[in-house]
Design a protein around this ligand. Structure first.
Ligand code: PGA
Length: 257
């Protein structure tokens, strides 16, 4: 295993936060922090902030992502946004299958797979989220759950396309709760996900794939998590809404601190 083979990606997931003026303010604050970062920096923002984010991040090195996309290119799907629409406006990443979408918006492994394919077809880089609920961890079925979710998300996707996928391991019990997985717990599951990817695509693809941890990552715990062999970055909710907190995590990922 060689961590250096993989790109470290620190992605903010703003969720349903920030009006356009608020987004502009935060991006202005982030510009300095992100300058000279030794890792890829992405902000995944609400649809209404995408245009602001794309225009204000030009030339800064910060990349922009959406938080979801539909699996059709166009059609009678009131309220939906397609991957093509996102790509056309300069968006480069998209979060797929976040646990909040699975829990509150009837997202299933099947729709996660379809959205992932649509994102890849449009040239976007999907950040595919997997992770167990607390009861599943307590029942000792974390690996089964994560394997099922990962395998389902990757169904019918070629090795070539898989090179553009990021997987985010986000234990549901750690999201927005302040309860982080320990460095060891996170490492163990991220390593397991890499094994699942290796079984499907072989060692080269698995060793090259960015696998993030997400769930209450913050300035205090980031360095420990990011130092782990199989953790190649983070998907960060709460702490990405504050430029100085997000900046500290970026520094930790860049080998700083
Ligand atoms: P959190 O969210 O950092 O606020 O726990 C992470 C996520 O949901 O992606």
């Amino acid at each position: 295993m060689n961590k250096a083979l993989r790109e470290t990606v620190i992605a903010g997931n703003w969720k349903m936060n920030k009006t356009r003026p608020e987004a502009a303010l935060l991006i202005e604050e982030l510009k300095n922090t992100a300058a000279g970062a030794g890792c890829e920096v992405v902000i995944c923002v609400p649809y209404t902030d995408l245009e602001t984010a794309v225009s204000l991040t030009k030339g800064t090195g910060i990349k922009v992502g959406a938080e979801n996309c539909h699996f059709k290119d166009s059609g009678a799907y009131t309220g939906e946004i397609s991957a093509l629409m996102l790509a056309e406006m300069g968006v480069e990443y998209v979060v797929i299958g976040h646990s909040e979408r699975r829990q509150y918006f009837a997202e299933t492994d099947l729709t996660v797979n379809r959205r992932t394919k649509a994102a890849l077809n449009a040239g976007l880089k999907p950040i595919v989220c997997v992770g167990e609920m607390l009861a599943e961890r307590e029942d000792l079925i974390t690996e089964d759950v994560v394997e099922l979710q990962t395998t389902a998300a990757l169904t019918g996707i070629s090795a070539k396309d898989a090179e553009n996928i990021i997987i985010a391991y986000e234990p549901v019990w750690a999201i927005g709760t302040g309860k982080t997985a320990t460095d060891e717990q996170a490492e163990e599951v991220c390593a397991f996900i890499r094994k699942v990817v290796e079984n499907k695509y072989g060692k080269d693809i698995a060793e090259g794939m960015t696998i993030q941890y997400g769930g209450s990552m913050n300035p205090k715990n980031a360095a420990g998590l990011l130092a782990k062999e199989n953790i190649d970055g983070g998907l960060i909710g709460g702490a990405s809404l504050n430029a100085s907190d997000f900046g500290i995590i970026i520094k930790a990922a860049s080998g700083g601190l």
